[in-house]
Design a protein around this ligand. Sequence first.
Ligand SMILES: Nc1nc2c(c(=O)[nH]1)N[C@H]1C(S)=C(S)[C@@H](COP(=O)(O)O)O[C@H]1N2
Ligand SMILES: [Mo]
Length: 373
Amino acid sequence: MRITFRGRLHDARTATAVGRWLGLALTVCFVTGLVSHVLQEPPGWLQGRLPTRPVWGYQLTQGVHVVSGIAAIPLLLVKLWCVYPRLFVWPPVRSVRHALERLSIAVLLSAALLEIFLGLVNISQWYVWPFSFRRVHWALAWVLFGSLLLHLAVKYPQIAESWRRKRKTDDSAEDADETDRRSLMLGVGAAVGTVTLVTAGQSFAPLRPFTLLAPRRPDIGSQGLPVNRTARAARITAEQLSGWRLEVRGPRPYELTLPQLRDLPQSECRLPIACVEGWSAWADWSGVRLSDLLDLADAPPGALVRVESLQRSGAFRSMVMGPNYARDPLTLLALRLNGQTLNPDHGFPARIIAPNRPGVWQTKWVTRIEVRG
Ligand SMILES: Nc1nc2c(c(=O)[nH]1)N[C@H]1C(S)=C(S)[C@@H](COP(=O)(O)O)O[C@H]1N2
Ligand SMILES: [Mo]
């Protein structure tokens, strides 16, 4: 059996030209994904050493992560279109190099498609599978990046050739497809630009008027902030809220009622909530410095702190923070949001807000703070 494709632009040069941009998008996505993973689950030696400045660091890297992932979709589709005739070559395997090349493409393609699909499902908050999104997304990222490196290594001769030809000035005259290729690249550029423009507004405020496809509008939500998990979805009951007390466990444990908490010195800060899903929004917060609460409990300066919410189940019902966050003057047990008492969906009576931290760890409905050794 022999399949021949006569379509233009199904050639190595076009594939390399698209591949360059796809490789860039995937690399940016991979690196910002690493940042997100480390900030969410720091390895022991980094716990307590992560930077808390700039306060918008995670907002930026996670925004770029989601934007570059979305930009990779049209690039991946065009790349597939350029190379699909080669997926049906006969004989299927010609040499060891050829076998490696095909293997790397098969793995690269399936990992990229699955990874982008999972990411899209996640930013639409559609958690339909029993597995942990983060673990699978993380493991697949390494498979994807590994196969990308293998692919680049195997394809190195073609890539080098393409760069060499690019440098020759009389090259375009000899290549009849050059104009077509340029049009294709312009088209791809326009597609990437469009999907970026209509989705990036969820992370980058100046682009907000163009937001069409992003699942979240950061400026829509009660008290000027979107709500990811409502009090009802977290099964927070009215009884839990009315009988609320803050319990602080440490060398000198104590409990506070809400009026007592309001009587402590209050601080203010302006910080963003930056969700792993890419949306982010700034707000004015006020409440008690976590550091003050820890001092009242005689907590040692380097202690890790565990924060627990009223929520009975769910991955984000509790978290651990290192002293870098816990002792930062901007980290608050917030009681107010944009000048108003937090409403139940925003974590009434008290929630954590810390600088340069993934949204998932900005715990709402805080009821217990525990100083750990
Ligand atoms: N207790 C608790 N706190 C939580 C969550 C949660 O599910 N339970 N969701 C987190 C997530 S994923 C984000 S992005 C922020 C969103 O805050 P908002 O819903 O108040 O805007 O809250 C975080 N705090
Ligand atoms: Mo989130």
